[in-house]
Design a protein around this ligand. Structure first.
Ligand code: ZN
Length: 301
């Protein structure tokens, strides 16, 4: 009898995972970093934008490119930025959205070594990691398109040109994009940022919990059902990221999956020249990618 009960409980709580290729995502981090730093105004920025457009045009039902000229708080210059909205099933009114920023930070201003603080960040984890999962999802969704729902993959520019202590100077790509987004809006949005850390641990980001607690619960419960207990039921700090800017400008309930301790509490690669592909892990990408892919196909049932 006891055996049957355990089986029943397992049946209730076990989710069938959708396969996600973490190594493919890791290769796509390497690919992005092969363009060099990708901050607005840099050669790598222009070249990767062109390459991403070709990549998405081939895979998705509709890829909309939004360009804008904005003022960069970090460099005090006017720069051209490019957001891309890659849509599957564009006519569906029942939609969900996933977003990540593809730009990288112009200055490694958190580097321990003062001589390196004027150098650009390569952005393997801070930038390329979230984008690598979105690009892999684009390939998966192209092979197995959603039927009942629409899926939007939003590739954002100009997240990372802010100045510390000024919340309005971050997520400028999202701010620009939000002006163009037409209804019907997605039901919710999930932002992926700094997700490839080898020492992976996701606390619940503060704004996500405040503005979209149901979505946090849905994603964290799914992750834990799939066995990814690195999604901790612990409230972490509030972080101004694209999900916050999207929510503030559109009202779309948005959460952030972010591992802000990179790699851990005693060492920091964030906004340093150490943010390189060797710090990123295919296994970590596989965990996040599996959660998101399973979420998408669950919603499509
Ligand atoms: Zn950053």
């Amino acid at each position: 009898m006891q055996y049957i009960i355990i089986l029943f409980i397992n049946f209730l709580f076990c989710q069938e995972a959708i396969y996600f290729n973490g190594q493919r995502a890791k290769d796509l981090i390497d690919y992005q970093c092969s363009f060099g730093p990708r901050y607005p105004g840099s050669k790598g920025h222009q070249q990767f934008a062109d390459s991403l457009k070709v990549f998405l045009d081939r895979l998705v039902d509709m890829n909309i490119v939004y360009q804008d000229t904005i003022f960069s708080p970090i460099s005090n210059k006017k720069v051209q930025i490019t957001n891309m909205l890659a849509r599957f099933n564009p006519r569906a009114s029942n939609r969900i959205m996933f977003l990540a920023h593809w730009d990288t930070r112009e200055f490694a201003d958190k580097d321990e070594n003062i001589d390196f603080r004027k150098r650009p960040v390569l952005g393997a984890n801070d930038g390329a990691s979230g984008v690598s999962v979105l690009m892999t999802l684009a390939e998966m969704l192209s092979d197995n398109p959603p039927i009942n729902i629409g899926v939007d993959l939003l590739f954002l520019d100009a997240e990372d040109m802010g100045t510390y202590g000024d919340p309005d100077s971050w997520g400028l790509g999202t701010k620009s994009f939000s002006k163009h987004l037409k209804k019907p809006y997605p039901r919710y949005a999930v932002c992926l940022d700094m997700i490839a850390d080898k020492d992976q641990e996701f606390l619940i980001e503060g704004f996500s919990y405040r503005y979209a607690p149901d979505i946090v619960r849905k994603v964290w419960n799914l992750a834990n059902d799939l066995g990814y207990n690195q999604f901790k039921y612990v409230l972490g700090q509030s972080i101004i990221d694209d999900h916050y800017v999207l929510f503030k400008n559109t009202g779309i309930p948005s959460i952030d999956i972010i591992d802000f301790q990179y790699p851990n509490s005693s060492k920091n690669y964030w906004h340093t020249i150490e943010d390189t592909p060797d710090k990123c892990s295919a296994k970590s990408l596989e965990a996040v990618g599996t959660v998101i892919a399973t979420l998408i196909y669950n919603e499509d049932k």
